[in-house]
Ligand binder design. Structure first.
Ligand code: GLN
Length: 258
């Protein structure tokens, strides 16, 4: 552990439903966290929890990926039942990254393509509705600018039918530069609440966005040790090359958000 705090034990990373919610290989975000933690000499412990599992006593970073409506229906009730614990963790500063279908179910509810309203964990003040007749899915390479200055530009791939709308207390994670974002209409992407982020960006998103990864890791360390670490810059040669390439593809192939 490189932080100045006394050894507070390993950073606890909770991977939620990664055997169900793993569309577009979002489980890669867990691998990216493990790789980055090793580069930063951080001692981490990865815990997986899926259908039928209780949540662990504590966590410092929670990750959940995306899934089609079918997978979301499988986990929604149980995830909503975990809502009080997840909301308490979010309020005490646990870092979280919820992607696409996971993001939707970390909101208040998701009305899916069958018209069924799936309950959410209510970590985020957002609601999501499946596209109406004639509405296309939001698919393509995406480039956004985060509202978090330390994070900056973020690249990824989106593929969702759901349109997400921010509630009165919600702050967008980013503004869309190229692509669709939350609903293809208001120019917002994702949501941020404390150290918890919801986003539509698959990729998986963390390997190509080291500043976002460090933002989450730093908050996980702060939650575990009480000290916000100051990470030394890393070369990030491959990460930067992948980031630039993905940004170029988004600029070339996706609609510029006016
Ligand atoms: N099933 C949800 C939708 O279509 C989420 C899809 C996903 O996670 N890629 O909007």
């Amino acid at each position: 552990m490189t932080s100045d705090a006394p050894n507070a034990g390993p950073i606890r990373v909770l991977s939620l439903y990664d055997d169900v919610m793993n569309v577009y290989a979002d489980r890669g975000n867990v691998l990216a966290v493990q790789h980055r933690a090793a580069l930063r000499n951080l001692n981490i412990e990865v815990i997986a929890a899926s259908l039928g599992d209780a949540l662990p006593e504590s966590a410092d970073l929670v990750l959940i990926g995306g899934g089609q409506d079918r997978e979301q229906r499988r986990i929604a009730e149980e995830l909503a039942a975990h809502g009080p614990a997840l909301r308490a963790w979010a309020e005490e500063g646990v870092a979280m990254l919820a992607v696409c279908g996971g993001f939707q179910l970390f909101g208040r509810w998701y009305r899916d393509t069958s018209g069924e309203q799936l309950p959410g964990a209510e970590v985020f003040d957002v609601t999501t509705v499946a596209p109406g007749p004639g509405q296309e899915r939001c698919i393509g390479d995406i480039l956004v600018t985060s509202t978090l200055p330390e994070v900056g530009a973020v690249v990824g791939f989106e593929n969702h039918g759901g349109r997400t709308y921010l509630g009165p207390t919600a702050t967008p994670f980013a503004r869309v530069e190229y692509g669709h974002g939350n609903n293809g209409a208001d120019g917002t992407e994702g949501v941020v609440h404390g150290s918890a982020i919801g986003t539509y960006l698959h990729g998986s998103v963390l390997p190509k966005n080291p500043r976002l990864l460090d933002w989450l890791l730093a908050r996980a360390v702060q939650h575990r040790t009480g000290v916000m670490p100051s990470f030394a810059p890393l070369e990030d040669v491959l990460e930067s090359r992948a980031h630039r390439a993905a940004a170029e593809v988004a600029r070339r192939r996706s609609p510029r958000f006016a």
